[in-house]
Design a protein around this ligand. Structure first.
Ligand SMILES: [Zn+2]
Length: 82
């Protein structure tokens, strides 16, 4: 995959997250403050979690050495809320 910022070839890899259920939320949810930040709606989880290892692996993460950025194309793994 080519970097959308500089067009260099990117190195394919994956994310390893020390914990469970990493996810994406809409911006207004992401910017919540105080105790409200503990509860999110619209969460889209990603990755495959091992409860035993308390680790989640997410594939399709690409690293651009030139921009020093990681860009991902992640599959959503939970059921979508309407
Ligand atoms: Zn780049």
């Amino acid at each position: 995959m080519r970097c959308p910022l500089c067009n260099s070839e990117m190195q394919e890899g994956g994310l390893v997250i020390d914990g469970v259920a990493p996810g994406w939320v809409p911006l207004e949810q992401f910017q919540k403050r105080g105790l409200h930040r503990l509860v999110h709606t619209g969460l889209r989880t990603i990755g495959k979690t091992s409860i035993l290892l308390r680790q989640t692996k997410v594939s399709n993460a690409f690293f651009c050495a030139r921009c020093n950025k990681i860009i991902g194309v992640f599959d959503v793994t939970n059921a979508l809320e309407v």
